[in-house]
Design a protein around this ligand. Sequence first.
Ligand SMILES: Nc1ncnc2c1ncn2[C@@H]1O[C@H](COP(=O)(O)OP(=O)(O)OP(=O)(O)O)[C@@H](O)[C@H]1O
Ligand SMILES: [Mg+2]
Length: 415
Amino acid sequence: MKKADIADDWFLWYTSLWTTDWCTKEKSCIFAASNQQNCVMKKSFIYGVAVEGDNFTDREKETKRLKQDFENGQNVILISPRRMGKTSLVRRVQSLVDKKTLSVVYIDAYDCRNEYEFYNKFAAALMKQTAGKAEAVMKNIKEFLVRLSPKVGFSPDPSSEVSLSLGITPKEYSPEEILQLPQRMAEKMGKHIVVCIDEFQQIGEFQDSLNVQKKMRGIWQLQTNASYCLFGSKKHLLSNLFQNKRMPFYQFGDILFLQPISTEDWKPFIRGKFEEKNISISDDLIEKICATVQNQSSYVQQLASNVMLNATDVVTEQTLELAVEDLLNQNSLLFLQQLDGLTAYQMNFLKALANGTNANFGSKTVLNLYDLGSKSNVSKIKSVLTQKELIESSPAGIVFADPVFQLWFTKEWCK
Ligand SMILES: Nc1ncnc2c1ncn2[C@@H]1O[C@H](COP(=O)(O)OP(=O)(O)OP(=O)(O)O)[C@@H](O)[C@H]1O
Ligand SMILES: [Mg+2]
């Protein structure tokens, strides 16, 4: 029996749902999002998952720019702190492009531990997301991955997705052949393909990562019918991948730093949600919600949600205070874990930061005041805390990476 026939067998088998490693975060995230969004009638504010429709606000400029990049075949790199809205934005643009001429494929690399796990996810996403119906997925596989016998699963629910496990190994396909897929498929389909890779910094963790990156860049940069949107939130890792002259992905595309949504743009969104519940909230208090969490998108929605839960007819200063307390409690376990294993010097550095020191940590005064050890010790502390994503560099100097962690740390450790 030929491999293609085996594939056909799988196709006709119509067995129960296959669980493959494909449907991990990506899928559960989509389900969580759609589940939450299906219950939008009850839930006014959504946080922690990618948002769409009524739960997505503003980002007009960024949406326009990214859409243009996709349409022009421009490679783009999207960077922002955690939970600022990268995935939501990319999915938004994905929903807006003209599907007749452009196919946007979304891949989340967060759980890829090595090169071939990535290629499997990459190829599976291309096979599925350029197809739609199960028959078309199989047609894609037969046409573009003839040497494979994939495992395909179908759910009895026609609206749910096909699960697909390709099982690509170096024996059947070389990295080059897999990386060429977007171009080959785009040519055949007479469309442009944009491949969006979320949590791209994961590639930097692979064994022999530099060579993998060289292969990727070498092939992708020559493709005329496919382009790439690479994004993630680990700023220090991404900056190293894309802004370091010695790295293969240096100047691979336009870099877009996703900024926080402005308070002015949050105002109508938040006010509207409160009005739907017949609760009145002043502009002043909306401004305070945004300022408390430094406009970090997910926290704005979480805090607004807490405010709504604490409010009756009118939101007061006291409602907001209770809501902030709830926010700190909701996150405190996670924050405590983040402090696990920190040395006394590292804790002292965070205390200095919480007390408003953002620069000159190596000066005698700061070293002595906060007991940070020697000047060279300060560089080590900075490096560890950056790796742990507790702090980051900004134009204002060193700052906490997470505004709510900052509030919590200041309250708990700087009494
Ligand atoms: N345009 C938006 N309008 C309203 N809320 C948003 C918007 N973008 C993001 N959010 C809020 O931020 C949360 C996180 O969004 P999203 O998952 O898109 O961010 P991300 O940057 O991809 O996060 P991560 O760093 O975890 O990958 C959402 O659940 C939502 O609460
Ligand atoms: Mg994301």
